[in-house]
Design a protein around this ligand. Structure first.
Ligand code: SF4
Length: 272
C-alpha cells in the first residue's frame, strides 16, 4: 500500500458509490473556514475565507498516474475545505487529463458567495454542499465559522449556485441533537435552494458529537419530506445515511492516509 499525499481511497461512499478522494489542500493541520462541532479532523480555530495554492497540478498528476483502481467519482474533499485551494480549475483539469471518471466536490459552501468560486464549482459533475442550520444562531454554534463568513451570504451563494448549476447538486446536512428539531426550517431553505437531492447524515464515526439513532434520523427525513411536499418541492430526493448502502472497496492508499482525512481503516467514507 502507498502513503499517497494528495489522493486517498478508494472508499465506499453511501452518497457517491466508489469514490477516489483528492485532497487539494493536503496540509498536516485542517484548513477550513468552519470548525464544526462534529468535525472528524479535530478542533482548530476556523480560518478566514482566504484562498491559496497548496498542491501543484503536476504533483497531483504524478500521484494519479500511480493509481489504477477504478472509481465512480474522483471526489475533492480531504483535510478541510477544498475551495480554500485557489487552483481548483487547474487541479480539476489535471484529473480530466488522467482519469475518465466523473468528478464530485464536498464543500461547506462558505465561499459560494463568490461568483468565481461558484463558476469553478459548476465545472464539477456533482457538488455536495453543506447546510446544517436554518438560521445564523445555529449556524454559529454548529459550524463555528471563521471571520467574515456569514450565514446569509452562504445561503445566498447556495441559491445562486443552484440557479446556474450545470451538474447535480446535493445539500448535505449533519443532523445532531442541536438541529434535529429544525426539519421545517431546513426544509424551507432546501425548497428555496432547489437541489436535486438532500442528504441527511449523522456523525457515525468518532468525533465530539453523538449520532442520532436510525429511528430519529428517519423521523427527521419524514418531517423534511412532508414540509417539502407542502411547499410544492416534493420532487427533491431525500436520502439518509442509514438508508443507503456503501459498496465494499479495498483502498489502495495506506490506512494512515485514510485516517488523516477522517476516514475509517476499512476505507468507508466518514461523516464529514
Ligand atoms: S466538518 Fe468539514 S466543514 Fe466542518 S470543520 Fe470539518 S472539514 Fe470543515
Amino acid at each position: 500500500m502507498n502513503s499517497f499525499k494528495y489522493c486517498y481511497g478508494p472508499v465506499g461512499s453511501w452518497r457517491l458509490g466508489v469514490s477516489l478522494g483528492i485532497d487539494p489542500v493536503s496540509q498536516p493541520e485542517k484548513i477550513c473556514t468552519f470548525d464544526c462541532t462534529y468535525c472528524q479532523l479535530g478542533t482548530r480555530a476556523a480560518q478566514a475565507a482566504r484562498r491559496q495554492v497548496y498542491v501543484s497540478p503536476a504533483d497531483l498528476g504524478a500521484e494519479l498516474d500511480l493509481i489504477k483502481a477504478p472509481a465512480d467519482y474522483l471526489t475533492f474533499s480531504g483535510r478541510g475545505e477544498p475551495t480554500m485551494a485557489s487552483n481548483l480549475p487547474e487541479l480539476l483539469l489535471e484529473c480530466g487529463h488522467r482519469r475518465p471518471e466523473k468528478t464530485a466536490i464536498i464543500t461547506n459552501a462558505s465561499m459560494m458567495y463568490s461568483e468565481k468560486v461558484r463558476e469553478e464549482l459548476a465545472s464539477f459533475d456533482f457538488v455536495l454542499a453543506k447546510l446544517d442550520a436554518p438560521d445564523s444562531g445555529l449556524f454559529g454554534s454548529i459550524n463555528r465559522p471563521g471571520p467574515g463568513v456569514y450565514f446569509e451570504e452562504v445561503l445566498r451563494g447556495l441559491i445562486l449556485f443552484s440557479k446556474g448549476r450545470r451538474g447535480r447538486l446535493a445539500i448535505q446536512t449533519m443532523v445532531l441533537a442541536a438541529n434535529k428539531d429544525q426539519a421545517k426550517g431546513l426544509a424551507r431553505l432546501y425548497a428555496d435552494i432547489g437541489p436535486d437531492e438532500v442528504q441527511l447524515n449523522t456523525p457515525l464515526r468518532p468525533c465530539a458529537e453523538r449520532p442520532l439513532p436510525r429511528e430519529e434520523l428517519e423521523a427527521v427525513a419524514a418531517a423534511v419530506s412532508a414540509e417539502l411536499s407542502r411547499l410544492g418541492a416534493g420532487a427533491i430526493r431525500i436520502i439518509n445515511v442509514y438508508g443507503e448502502k456503501a459498496p465494499e472497496v479495498e483502498p489502495v492508499s495506506a490506512p494512515d492516509t485514510l485516517l488523516r482525512r477522517g476516514k475509517t481503516r476499512g476505507g468507508k467514507e466518514g461523516g464529514k
